[in-house]
Design a protein around this ligand. Structure first.
Ligand code: M5T
Ligand code: MG
Length: 242
């Protein structure tokens, strides 16, 4: 069977409600199942806005966002939610147990699935370190766990749903470089059939992506692999050197 999760943006322009100027202009790209697409660019470039258009947090002003050839505006939200898992830039945890937090997108997941997701997300040790394990309480907003732990639990939550598309919005930024690398290696093994879209600030996080889009001021200014961009993109070189 053909793999699912092909994401296509066709000449997308987007303005926030009430704003005058578009924050995204003429965005076109395709992300394929089995591949990793990365998006990099300075703060305010529009990366979070761009990834919010697939799960329809907002609808585009013009152009189209398609999932497996179907405009997302024609899909119902439950279908999008089951097929696209987004790890937001500011991950949210609920007050409740770790288990409750992990099952959010898939209430009928088995404990085995939860542990497998935790292992991939490099959060298994953190959950095992207390005897309460999966029943450990998380405070509202996740204020009793560190930023990196919040990120890893949020990644584990996305993995539990086994979606066709993963969106990671700066999801590895609070991790040290070694944990970031281990996590992404484990992730690669578990997301072979899925489309992975990674927004990052750190070049090391995305250097092995199949394609990198360089976003600047709401436009894709360059695209290519890490090696290609090192040769061709002054904007990318600037990010590498920063
Ligand atoms: C792009 C504006 C923001 C900026 C531009 C999320 C959000 C953003 N904006 C709004 O007006 N309302 C909003 O709810 O849109 O912002 P971004 O997409 O958040 O940029 P980024 O993700 O590339 O930045 P960062 O800092 O996460 O690297 O003009 O004011
Ligand atoms: Mg952002």
């Amino acid at each position: 069977a053909e793999k699912k999760g092909r994401v296509e943006f066709r000449d997308v322009t987007f303005k926030y409600p009430g704003a005058e100027a578009p924050v995204l202009s003429n965005i076109s790209f395709t992300a394929e199942p089995g591949k990793t697409l990365a998006i990099i660019g300075s703060t305010g470039a529009g990366k979070t806005t761009l990834v919010s258009l697939l799960p329809r947090l907002y609808d585009v002003a013009s152009g189209e966002v398609l999932l497996d050839g179907v405009p997302v505006t024609e899909m119902d939200s439950s279908e999008i939610t089951s097929r696209v898992s987004a790890v937001p830039q500011k991950p949210y945890l609920f007050s409740g147990t770790i288990e409750h937090n992990l099952r959010f997108g898939k209430p009928d997941a088995t404990d085995e699935e939860l542990w497998e997701a935790l292992e991939t997300a490099q959060a298994k040790g953190f959950v095992e370190e207390k005897s309460s394990g999966l029943n450990r309480r998380i405070a509202q907003g996740g204020t009793n766990v560190s930023g990196g732990q919040r990120q890893r639990l949020s990644i584990a939550r996305a993995l539990v749903t086994k979606p066709n598309v993963y969106l990671f919005d700066d999801s590895f930024s609070a991790l040290d470089v070694a944990t970031d690398a281990r996590l992404r290696k484990a992730l690669k093994g578990k997301t072979k059939d899925a489309t992975v879209i990674i927004v990052a600030q750190r070049v090391s996080t995305i250097a092995d992506a199949d394609e990198i889009l360089v976003l600047d001021n709401g436009r894709i200014v360059d695209r290519g692999t890490h090696d290609e961009l090192l040769e061709t993109s002054p904007t990318y070189q600037e990010i590498v050197e920063s």
